[in-house]
Ligand binder design. Sequence first.
Ligand code: AMP
Length: 306
Amino acid sequence: MDLLVVGSVALDSVKTPFGEKERILGGSAMHFSVSASLFTPVRLVGVVGKDFPEEHLEFLRGRRIDLEGLEVADGETFRWVGEYTQNLNEAITLETHLNVFADFQPKLPERYRSSEFVFLANIDPELQLDVLQQVEKPRYVACDTMNFWIEGKPEALWKTLEHVDTLVINDGEARLLAGEENLVKAARSILGQGPKSLIVKRGEYGALLFDKEGEFWAPALPLDDLSDPTGAGDSFAGGFMGYLASRGEVNHANFRRAVIYGSTMASFNVQAFSLDRLRTLTPKEIEDRARRFKALSDFDLPPRGS
Ligand code: AMP
């Protein structure tokens, strides 16, 4: 099935306890697309500036990522400067420069308009809605966001969420969005106001899926070689949506598996800066690791009463 994504394409400068890199390939749509393209072809909607290095475009052309919807505009590429200190689950934003995104008016290539699976990656909620409204008959829509937009444009965000099947956010964002500290109550409150299901990413504590059929929890893989958590959330979403689009059928059983593939992709993404680990990743490595996830929380209980 066709999978469309709109989101940021960025040059990130990132500092973690394990190193520091300047102007590396990043952005929500970038981490998402590269991750999802390991499962299914992806159509990208976004904008970069004239300063966006040719080598990145070259790399993307070599993946199953359609770049017709990636505009190259006059100006500079979106830039994010962030740091992780002790708490690797939480990025500290030092600078956000919207640059070419400030005046971006997405116009979907004709071919994209028939897309059935749509992911609204983290970007201005007005842009998310603008893109969604150009898709003829979206079958399944998921959406991400972050504090920057929850605090900066709450009304536009709630308006976008009216059209969303699944919201995929981290625990801090869920608490902020709902105005509620208890995560389960926050989830209930969000589900009462729009999306049919909610995925709460909890960094090293895994991910929780809430929908009308109950809850599902996927652990995060215990890793001893973490480098850079940036993009963990987007590569999670890429694995999640990529898997669902590759199956074509949206049901609770596929949802559960998709959460595991999402967790699998996030675990690879954090093992190197930018999305470098995903550059060499093979389908076999993904399958092997997904099976490790199953083993991680699989156990037998003796029959009742024995
Ligand atoms: P995450 O998966 O949450 O770690 O997302 C990381 C990516 O989000 C980085 O590569 C940033 O370029 C991008 N990003 C950071 N702030 C924003 C923002 N306000 N809007 C869109 N993208 C952002």
